[in-house]
Design a protein around this ligand. Structure first.
Ligand code: AMP
Ligand code: ZN
Length: 472
């Protein structure tokens, strides 16, 4: 079986072959941390979490990078509005984002770099472009000279003339060409700033992803993802910057998720229909939110409404009941029934094998989560039919539970099991271990503990006074 991915760059389905066998470097553009995330933002968050989980399920070692844009114009405006500083806004909304991500049962990425921690790499990147004559400084700003990158527009399939035509002629005398884009912005009085060879300022938006991808993955990513709105200009600019610098493709496969609509309308601040993740989670289970996001193919539009939420809750209940009934029956099975598997058992187990293969085939087809979920329901029907029998055999029940756990490892749709809660002391011990890991800069272990706790329904909140936790 081979994974095939629809590559937005070539607009074709392609067989997935990573640069290094067995390893995947995957970068997804992360949030600008100036506000709480809304359910539209939750779509790439959940979908790319499933991409990562499925790659791991398939045996790949995944280096998953998601950045935090912790300084930009929106952050500066927000800090002004609230009468506080950009770093304070960043801390507050990074903490909120991590809480929402945990609540949605998305695993922590391998690395979550921040712009403010990547300044030397960003400046060195820009300097190299300036040295090559691909970028130019004017009045303390630095711009990318787009006509030095003839392939500009190759992802969004636009050519330079079209792009030029499309740009409203805002007279910006500092740019040589209207489609040139900013790499470094001179600070206005009072704005947050960093020293640079071009004077004090801050990076433009696009450059951070190029610099972080290079730092954490190397010249070429295997997968680069984000919402479809990021194709132009953001990803187009990332490509221009990175490929001009390295001479190598920035990514082998480009993946873009479609948009989520609320009650068949575009969500937007001006329409006043933006729903935050933390709002929806007051009335909806995280599993139902995940289900909704995965019940549509990631490239299709997705409608979020009261009815679709209710259907998702019902579906989750069926999945969870099946797991719980199998467990219950297993607990009730007498040891005398754990005899050698008989011929009939092998027939059932062969069907389970076939279903698990079918699940992988659906996922291998450009992450076909809606069909993969259908396969899970076939497994549920198989299990429910078995549970009707007067005699259930331990090995069959265990095999069924094992398959369900395997599917859940990828899709993350099952609620934590009742009776599987951690004791307060166990939670405290894990939190202490996580604090130690962080002190030793072992962030991978720290994130692993956070994920483990999240799986058991424990949510962590990092506060200046230490870690607080609550049960979901
Ligand atoms: P933003 O904070 O607007 O840059 O968005 C963060 C991520 O969420 C990006 O990958 C966007 O493409 C994605 N996104 C924003 N709104 C929606 C939406 N309504 N549906 C799906 N994805 C979205
Ligand atoms: Zn990006």
């Amino acid at each position: 079986m081979t994974l095939r991915i629809y590559n937005s760059m070539t607009r074709r389905m392609e067989t997935f072959v990573p640069l290094t066998p067995g390893k995947v470097n995957m970068y997804v553009c992360g949030p600008t941390v100036y506000d709480y995330i809304h359910i539209g933002n939750a779509r790439p968050l959940i979908f790319f979490d499933v991409v990562r989980r499925y790659l791991e399920y398939s045996g790949y070692e995944v280096n998953f990078i998601v950045n935090f844009t912790d300084v930009d114009d929106k952050m500066i405006r927000k800090a002004e509005q609230l009468g506080t500083t950009v770093p304070e806004i960043a801390e507050r909304f990074i903490a909120a984002y991590v809480e929402d991500r945990d609540a949605l049962r998305a695993k922590a990425p391998t690395v979550t770099p921040r712009v403010t921690d990547t300044m030397p790499e960003i400046i060195a990147f820009i300097q190299e472009l300036v040295d090559k004559g691909i970028a130019y400084e004017n009045g303390g700003d630095v711009y990318f000279r787009t006509n030095r990158f003839p392939e500009y527009g190759k992802l969004s399939h636009k050519n330079l003339d079209e792009l030029q035509y499309g740009i409203r002629i805002e007279v910006d005398k500092r740019k040589e060409n209207p489609q040139d884009f900013v790499l470094w912005k001179a600070a206005k009085p009072g704005e947050i700033k960093w020293p640079s060879p071009w004077g004090e300022g801050r990076p433009g938006w696009h450059i951070e992803c190029s610099a972080m991808a290079l730092r954490y993955a190397g010249k070429t990513l295997d997968i680069h993802g984000g919402g479809q709105d990021l194709q132009f200009p953001h990803h187009e600019c990332e490509i221009a910057q990175s490929e001009s610098l390295t001479g190598e493709p920035l990514a082998r496969y480009w993946m873009h998720n479609g948009f989520l609509n609320l009650d068949n309308e575009k969500m937007s601040k001006s329409l006043g229909n933006v729903v935050n993740v933390r709002e929806i989670l007051k009335t909806t289970t995280p599993q139902a939110v995940r289900y909704l996001m995965l019940a549509a193919h990631y490239r299709s539009p997705l409608n979020f409404s009261t009815e679709t939420v209710q259907q998702a809750e019902n579906s989750i209940e069926r999945l969870a009941n099946c797991r719980d009934n199998l467990k219950h029956r297993l607990a009730a099975v007498e040891t005398g029934l754990t005899a050698e598997p008989n011929a009939e058992d092998s027939g059932i187990i062969a069907r389970l094998d076939a279903l698990q293969n079918e699940f992988a085939e659906r996922m291998d087809d450009d992450f076909g989560t809606p069909d993969a979920i259908t396969v899970w329901f076939k497994l549920v029907s198989e299990a429910n039919a078995y549970l009707q029998r007067p005699v259930a055999r331990e090995n069959v029940l265990r095999e069924m539970l094992r398959r369900i756990a395997a599917l859940d490892e990828v899709l993350g749709l099952l609620p934590p099991e009742a009776g599987n809660e951690l004791l307060d002391e166990e939670v405290d011990a894990l939190i202490a271990e996580r604090a130690d890991a962080r002190r030793n800069r072992n962030f991978a272990r720290a994130d692993e503990i956070r994920d483990l706790l999240a799986e058991r329904g424990i949510l962590l909140e990092d506060t200046p006074q230490g870690v607080r936790w609550k049960r979901k």
